[in-house]
Design a protein around this ligand. Structure first.
Ligand code: ZN
Length: 200
């Protein structure tokens, strides 16, 4: 199973982060349709029952088309994140794209029992193909409506393309993760400093 990074603190940003730099080369973790389904499951954007229906009912062509739509939506979301980080306005075309996916979100909420209480779950009345990307559009809409967009940040490593929502108390998070970028840059800075001293 494809391994994904969940460092974004938000499904919209984690979805953008399915494109990353590995060994200085751009890598796309959504290699095939099954990777997309696997990501949606791991991100808890899609329920397992829905995933089973999608796998069983979609034709090969529908799967390829959905993967293309997902990648195109991801490109829109990456553009959105870039603009938000640069304090630029959100273009109308982005809102139109999000609304197009949201309009496929037909269904209704249902109350279900869970251990120790209740939970409200969305019962989708959309076709399997429609139900796949709409929740991601809803997450994006939620991010724009409710989140503090000033806390959407790009990793401080200039050669890293990952985004995250900074939920640290003092909003001081700089890195996608310490293992991936934080430590590496700290070590590089340390060597730069110690080399500087040695040459004095
Ligand atoms: Zn990074």
């Amino acid at each position: 199973m494809q391994k994904f990074l969940f460092v974004g603190n938000h499904p919209c940003l984690d979805f953008i982060n399915t494109q990353m730099i590995v060994k200085e080369e751009p890598a796309d973790l959504l290699g095939g349709f099954e990777d997309l389904i696997s990501w949606l499951l791991q991100a808890r954007v899609l329920a397992k029952t829905q995933a089973d229906v999608v796998r069983a009912e979609l034709s090969h062509d529908q799967m390829s088309s959905l993967l293309e739509q997902a990648k195109s939506f991801r490109a829109t979301l990456r553009g959105l994140a870039e603009r938000l980080v640069a304090s630029k306005p959100v273009p109308d075309s982005t809102i139109i794209t999000i609304n197009r996916f949201l309009s496929q979100r037909s269904g209704y909420p249902q109350l279900v029992r869970r251990k120790g209480g209740f939970e409200q779950r969305f019962h989708s009345a959309a076709t399997p193909a429609q139900s796949v990307l709409a929740p991601l559009a809803e997450a994006t809409s939620d991010l724009l409506c409710r989140a503090n967009v000033a806390l959407i940040k790009k990793c401080g490593n200039p050669s890293c393309i990952l985004y995250f929502y900074d939920t640290t108390k003092n909003h001081t998070r700089n890195w996608c993760s310490m293992q991936l970028c934080g430590n590496r840059l700290k070590v590089a800075a340390y060597y730069r400093r110690s080399r500087g001293k040695a040459s004095l």
